[in-house]
Write a protein that binds this ligand. Structure first.
Ligand code: PHB
Length: 391
């Protein structure tokens, strides 16, 4: 009897010990729940961001302030219901310290209430509608906003022979932002917007819209479609001979996406876009980044999504360091605000008031270098804050 009790007690003690060891081990971990579209129409965004996040960890180690970093990648197929369920599971079951990723605006918005309720920092690495950062005080953004890059094109185009424009945007948050902020600035500069066209986000057929543009004969077509859809627009634009009909394409850099640009063919040569990142950005920091990225992922060229992921990891790592591994959600968030650093895209900082990224915006032209197509920067607007926030 005594012996049995002894064994039982010993067993219980061992169990208790292993449980407390497990929780001690857990408290020595720092978990990042990375929610991305790994399959479906937006899969290139997931692929780019995961590769960049893993590169950042390989370069900077997986132990920070005494904590072992664990990256948990989940595929939300860019579907907000799925994003929400995954965010909930990551926060409640896996007890992640940070949620990150978010390939499209509806996904970022779906997770925002959970970040607020659980006081979990949410690092938005891709989605780019201006209003996202207002959906939760726990959101910090490392990507960009459509107003930030569209205004630059509204200034450039009228000074460069473009007097009339038709706009063509994907019909959801970032497209509406691009349309509004490009149009307002272009008109302020004396340009004429002949027509505003919106295409559905899912499986868009650009043909009827492009036919309409041909009939309207503007000087240029201004385009925004999300990363991954650019090649299809470019192909149909060229197939319909729009360029030969004297209609130029101007766009945000989402269209001449580095992930796809090389496959678009010489028809893309000369297309001018405005954006915050080009793989051809001529800084030593970027050269090192592109080289390391391509060494680790031989078939890929990093695009602006990769940079959003890489810098987002940097923001998380530095917040963990600053809080000496002891911080909860509020302390981490505070340490994310105001970070200032040299990104592969150029100098950036996280605005402490808006929690949005402030960065240089470039005008770029598609050119051939060493037999490959690149967005070559030819002008820069320094330190651009999101113009959407003033509204
Ligand atoms: C978005 O859904 O916010 C989004 C996605 C892809 C982009 C830009 C914005 O290239």
């Amino acid at each position: 009897m005594q012996r049995r009790q002894l064994i039982q007690t010993a067993g219980l003690t061992a169990l208790a010990l292993s449980m407390s060891l497990a929780s001690a081990q857990d408290s020595n971990k720092f978990k990042i729940g990375l929610i991305l579209p790994m399959t479906g129409q937006q899969a290139s965004t997931g692929r780019q961001i995961e590769a960049a996040a893993r590169l950042y960890m390989a370069q900077n180690g997986d132990t920070v302030a005494g904590k072992k970093i664990e990256l948990i990648v989940k595929d939300d197929v860019a579907t907000p219901d799925v994003t929400k369920r995954l965010a909930q599971e990551l926060i409640v079951n896996d007890k992640v310290n940070v949620i990150a990723g978010f390939g499209v605006t509806p996904a970022a918005l779906a997770a925002a209430p959970l970040a607020t309720q659980s006081k979990t920092p949410q690092v938005v690495m891709a989605a780019a509608t201006s209003s996202i950062t207002e959906a939760s005080p726990y959101i910090v953004r490392s990507s960009f906003t459509l107003p930030q890059v569209s205004v630059a094109m509204g200034d450039w185009a009228p000074k460069n022979g473009v007097k009339s424009v038709v706009t063509l945007v994907a019909d959801y948050g970032p497209g509406n932002d691009a349309e509004k902020f490009f149009t307002e600035r272009f008109q302020l500069n004396g340009g004429k917007v002949v027509e505003k066209l919106r295409v559905p986000l899912r499986n868009p057929d650009f043909a009827p819209f492009l036919q309409k543009v041909r009939d309207l004969k503007p000087d240029a077509l201004f385009v925004f479609v999300p990363s991954g859809a650019g090649a299809a627009v470019m192909k149909q634009f060229l197939e319909r001979g729009m360029d030969k009909a004297g209609i130029r394409m101007i766009a945000t850099g989402d269209v001449t996406d580095d992930d796809q640009l090389n496959d678009m063919g010489d028809g893309a040569l000369g297309v001018v876009t405005s954006h915050h990142y080009s793989a051809a950005h001529p800084s030593p920091t970027n050269k090192k980044f592109v080289e390391a990225f391509q060494k680790a992922n031989p078939k890929m060229r990093p695009n602006f999504m990769a940079v959003g992921g890489y810098d987002g990891m940097r923001v998380i790592y530095e917040a963990l360091k600053a809080t000496k591994g002891q911080g909860g959600g509020d302390a981490l968030l505070a340490a994310m605000k105001g970070q200032i650093f040299e990104s592969p895209r150029g100098p950036v900082y996280i605005d402490a008031q808006t929690r949005d990224i402030v960065q240089d915006v470039y005008l770029r032209k598609v050119e051939k270098k060493d037999g490959q197509l690149y967005n070559v920067e030819f002008d820069v607007i320094k330190g651009v804050k999101d113009p959407g926030k003033a509204k």
